[in-house]
Design a protein around this ligand. Structure first.
Ligand code: ASP
Length: 347
């Protein structure tokens, strides 16, 4: 190769490196006082709904955002903001977490949740709980009061009693729409069995996931005035999930993750999110590439995961927010101390 071509090559490398660094530097402005993002699930969300239904979702997202804003703008912690925002969404039957959780194959509710603080890398998660009213509160308690990270099924419920977290009957979680969704899923499953489901191409399985019955997982990420970065996610999982199925949400590094750089909460097809170790992938990409939050989020959603699989919210240590999905919609909202505020469902 001639000297001229070598020099051109070197120049190109310098330009690329320069761009990456300046992109990263651009985002590294002064840290915002606080920032917050939340989601209520991603998937194939039909726009063909009555305006009153759409408005109800916007109102709920707005209300959830206000809860977090009040805490953070009054100097409260990111931990409290994340827990209280998620509690509101768990108690709201429109979302697939707490009351309104989807049904399992056996017609029950098995809930998963995770809570993580990035600065200290402390975490608490619960999986397969059937009687805990607010699983995110239990996950936070596990983080704060136990020497373990993850509790499953009856053990998690015993731990809830030990630390005074409220339990309810399974009936509490019932909603008619989720019950009907299970019946539709069972019906489809029967048809698939008849067609030998193992022969269904992967793209068609994505379409089966994105049938509109399965979204609604809730999550929240926040950074507070002290620079504490927190992620939380709570879910009923996926409609018609089989006995004992554990999704991405309670797996630290998959559906929920926080590091000293970023907090991430995912939603979508749990098995795909888990295999991509999604939350950790975003953090590692930012650290080692190095990359901005936007570059890392786009990398995960566009290069690692496939269309139709997931949505993601994240906040970095400077208060930059990322909310994006490779599905047609995600219930979401964000706000920061500089007055930027957004509530959205579709693109
Ligand atoms: N990711 C959740 C799960 O697979 C479901 C969802 O976000 O819709 O359990």
């Amino acid at each position: 190769m001639g000297l001229g071509r070598k020099l051109i090559g070197l120049l190109a490398v310098l330009v690329v490196v320069g761009c990456t660094q300046s992109d990263a530097q651009q985002e590294q402005q002064q840290k915002k006082d606080w920032a917050l993002a939340l989601h209520g699930g991603a998937g194939a969300i039909s726009e063909d709904r009555p305006d009153s239904v759409k408005q109800a979702y916007f109102d709920d997202l707005d209300e959830a955002l206000t809860i977090g804003e009040d805490i953070l703008s009054n100097g409260g912690s990111a931990e409290d903001a994340v827990e209280k925002v998620i509690n509101y969404l768990e108690d709201n039957p429109r979302f697939n977490a707490g009351k309104g959780a989807v049904f399992t194959h056996d017609g029950e509710h098995e809930l998963d949740a995770a809570f993580m603080v990035g600065n200290t890398r402390e975490a608490g998660t619960v999986t397969g709980v059937k009687t805990v009213k607010n699983p995110i509160t239990l996950a936070r308690k596990v983080m704060e009061t136990s020497e373990h990270v993850m509790f499953a099924t009856e053990g998690a419920e015993r731990y809830a009693d030990k630390v005074g977290v409220e339990r309810v009957d399974q009936d509490y979680f019932y909603t008619e729409s989720r019950y009907n969704a299970l019946q539709r899923a069972l019906e489809r499953e029967k048809e698939e069995d008849d067609k030998q489901s193992s022969l269904i191409p992967e793209e068609d399985k994505t379409a089966l996931y994105a049938d509109g019955d399965k979204f609604g997982t809730v999550g929240c990420v926040a950074v507070d005035k002290d620079g504490q970065i927190v992620a939380g996610t709570s879910t009923g999982g996926m409609t018609n999930k089989k006995f004992g199925r554990v999704g991405d949400v309670p797996i630290i590094g998959s559906g929920t993750y926080a590091s000293d750089l970023v907090a991430v909460s995912m939603t979508g097809w749990g098995e795909k999110i888990m295999r991509a170790v999604s939350g950790h992938t975003v953090s590692a990409y930012m650290k080692y590439k190095p990359a901005t939050l936007k570059e890392a989020g786009d990398y995960l959603l566009q290069d690692v995961l496939n269309p139709g699989e997931a949505g993601m919210i994240a906040v970095d240590k400077y208060g930059n927010i990322y909310m994006n999905m490779n599905t047609n919609g995600m219930f979401r909202g964000s706000s920061d101390s500089e007055g930027n505020r957004e509530v959205a469902i579709w693109d």
